[in-house]
Design a protein around this ligand. Structure first.
Ligand SMILES: [Zn+2]
Length: 709
């Protein structure tokens, strides 16, 4: 190991400090530069050698930019061994090195609209355009895989190489030939091109990646951290047959070099970047699709908008991308812009907000749920993830902690992607210093000290004490929630406050509140007390499916509550139910049946229902509880449908009724379960989302009406 653990911890700590520190001046700048070089060299080693970074790309980039900025202000302090003085390198001795026809440069990074506007301003300066002029940009995804350069001569693929250090790459022609998305022959001569060098990215589809990992897991091999590692690793396999098996693909996104028979440049034949990419598509290469992955934008604002759209969509996309690339579209303007020694001046990467970051696990707290499940929650040193500060994440259960070997004091890698709740990917165990402590899962309930039990087949330890105060509180919070009795304005904080005042000891107390007393409380008043009363009175009239769900019976969810409500005249009918009553209903499993039976055989629960009834809560079947007739022989039976945009012939409600009558289920949003999307005028994000899924049938209002008529 190149670095000792203590050193690594110190470097990681220093990195985080450097990110916060303002740039130093005078002699102090030298210390900062030295520290930046030390930390950046360390992070490059973690990233390129170990393939296991301990900071996010965003943090690394910021350290790098800080160093560049300091060196620019203090040119005398520039060290020849500074990481800014060389380009990154993936050369090993396993494959022969070859020189690229044109150096493969990296891209400068941007993170927001301001960065993009600065870039746009710089470009205008370089091409002598006034500030209010508009420059056209071609924007496409920045694939997160391994870069390659492909050389074709006389229509044949003669060489493929990795990016390497930008000037020299590793030759991997045989492996490239094993990738089906790379044509071995392509008719460049049709365009008068005799020799050409293309740039692309070797990647692996997310679903393929998951399959690869499952296979590795089954074979007892280590799990690959991400799709990029899987792709770059597979590129280097020495057996082309194995490369083929790993399902690698290559997107081609740039013409680097092209000449005709005379040796004259052919790149300038293309007016725009977009035109060149289109030709590559026509020749059979895999390119970012126009109108989907690739868009010509009329100015930088539109380019930014496209980047933002893709950031929102990245988790639904089947390839790993870490940003977008914004390129000046017109080739003549590109030529005017030229290059620095590191990157083209006519292109910039727009990096998405980091989904991953490392931080320290400070403590574990245990939360008790409404059915007594104990959930460990990790308290973290606050960290920024995809634009949000995260300070705690769920550790789910004891097995999760054990499998990942998570310890107190560990440095952990946390991820937050899209709508997914943040979670711990892994601990960075190779920088432990011995002070980390194994997490002792409690044996007794943290609230009532009852010994916890774990039922076979379940992940959670549970407190089974029916009078456990923590559970009762959670049950009450759930009872009033939107999903259950839906008492408007009655949130968690009210329940907790009234509980502390001693007013709430059981669910029934919710219907016994003294509104005069509430009106006297600080922050309340006659009006809000009256509103609360109104909401509670309204909830009393709820259909019994809501009441059933609100009782916190283990496994009894919304759906089965509805099914049961459809079968009974009143709630206490369930006291007489036997197993077969449950199993006669489709979609009601034996587990939930047993839990409901147990619940309604316990005297105190029966007493609770009676008490609720005496307090005015409805316990009898209402119209809303009656079974919905499902039409199984309609033209749309078994299909899920959704409407979007404004419909012209019928109202949204009428359309939904027509769909239901034809047997369809009306969905509330676009998901993989959706079968049909009916598109009215001015359809927006739902349409885009459905298109991105690729599995949804998209029809017009007219077509829909024809189907149901
Ligand atoms: Zn307890």
């Amino acid at each position: 190991m190149k670095y000792k653990k203590e050193e690594q911890r110190a470097l990681l700590k220093r990195s985080k400090e450097l990110l916060e520190e303002p740039n130093a001046t005078g002699n102090k700048a030298k210390d900062q530069i030295d520290d930046l070089i030390k930390t950046i060299v360390y992070h490059e080693w973690r990233y390129y050698v170990l393939n296991e970074p301990v900071v996010s790309d965003y943090e690394y980039d910021h350290l790098y930019k800080k160093l560049e900025a300091l060196e620019q202000v203090n040119p005398l302090m520039l060290r020849p061994d500074s990481p800014t003085q060389r380009v990154s390198n993936d050369l090993t001795e396993d494959f022969p090195s070859v020189a690229h026809l044109i150096p493969m440069l990296s891209l400068d990074n941007s993170y927001n609209i301001e960065d993009l506007q600065d870039f746009d301003k710089r470009v205008k300066g370089l091409v002598d355009l006034p500030e209010d002029a508009e420059i056209e940009y071609c924007v496409e995804p920045k694939f997160d895989g391994g870069s390659i350069a492909l050389v074709y001569e006389n229509n044949a693929l003669i060489r493929a190489a990795t990016r390497g250090n930008g000037t020299m790459g590793e030759e991997m022609t045989n492996n490239a030939r094993a990738m089906r998305s790379i044509p071995i022959q392509a008719d460049f001569k049709k365009y008068g091109i005799q020799k050409v060098e293309l740039r692309g990215e070797v990647i692996i589809r997310m679903d393929t990646f998951e399959k690869v990992n499952k296979k590795r897991e089954a074979a007892g091999q280590s799990i690959l951290a991400n799709a990029r590692n899987a792709a770059t690793g597979a590129m280097r396999v020495k057996d082309p047959k194995e490369v083929e098996r790993r399902g690698l693909e290559a997107f081609v996104y740039q013409l680097g070099f092209a000449i005709d028979d005379e040796g004259d440049d052919k790149l300038s034949d293309f007016k725009t970047h977009d035109e060149g990419i289109k030709m590559l598509g026509d020749l059979g290469f895999k390119i970012p699709k126009s109108g989907y992955e690739r868009k010509v934008c009329k100015n930088i604002q539109e380019a930014h908008q496209f980047c933002v759209e893709w950031e929102a969509r990245r988790d639904q996309y089947n390839y790993e991308i870490d940003g977008m690339v914004v390129k000046v579209n017109e080739v003549a303007l590109q030529n005017k812009c030229g290059y620095t020694s590191h990157h083209p001046r006519w292109a910039i990467a727009y990096k998405f907000k980091a989904k991953q970051a490392t931080t320290k696990l400070l403590n574990v707290e245990y939360q008790i749920g409404k059915i007594g499940s104990v959930t460990p929650v990790a308290k973290l040193e606050p960290v920024q993830l995809a634009g949000v500060t995260i300070s705690s994440v769920s550790l789910h259960n004891e097995d999760f902690i054990k499998t990942k070997d998570i310890r107190l004091g560990d440095t952990v890698l946390v991820e937050r992607s899209g709508d997914v709740i943040p979670y711990i990917v892994k601990t960075i165990d190779d920088i432990r210093d011995g002070s980390e402590k194994v997490i002792d899962f409690p044996k007794n309930c943290p609230s009532c000290s009852t010994q916890l039990v774990r039922t076979e087949g379940e992940a959670a330890w549970r407190c089974t004490n029916p009078t456990c105060e923590a559970q009762i509180l959670q049950k009450m919070i759930f009872h009033v929630s939107k999903d259950a009795m839906d008492i408007d304005g009655f949130g968690k904080s009210y329940v907790e406050r009234f509980y502390e005042m001693g007013w709430l000891k059981s669910i029934a107390d919710i219907y016994r509140l003294d509104y005069d007393k509430i009106a006297q409380l600080e922050g309340f008043g006659t009006k809000s007390a009256a509103n609360l009363k109104k909401a509670i009175e309204k909830a009393k009239q709820n259909p019994i499916r809501r009441l059933l769900h609100s009782l916190s019976i283990h496994h009894l969810g919304k759906k089965v509550s509805r099914l049961l409500a459809g079968e009974i005249k009143e709630v206490l009918d369930l006291t007489k139910w036997e197993e077969e009553n449950f199993t006669n209903i489709k979609d009601v499993g034996p587990k939930v049946a047993e839990n409901v039976m147990t619940f309604f055989r316990e005297e105190q629960n029966v007493a609770l229902i009676k008490e609720l009834e005496s307090l005015g809560v409805n316990v009898k079947q209402t119209k809303a509880d009656e079974k919905e007739e499902v039409i199984t022989d309609g033209v749309l039976s078994g299909k899920t449908i959704l409407f979007t945009g404004s419909l012209q012939e019928v109202t949204r409600k009428e359309a939904q009724e027509l769909a239901k009558k034809a047997g369809a289920k009306v969905a509330s949003g676009v998901s993989s379960n959706l079968n049909i999307l009916v598109v009215g005028e001015k359809a927006g994000s739902k349409l885009k989302k459905a298109q991105a899924l690729g599995t949804v049938e998209i029809i017009t209002e007219e077509a829909f009406l024809k189907i149901v008529s």
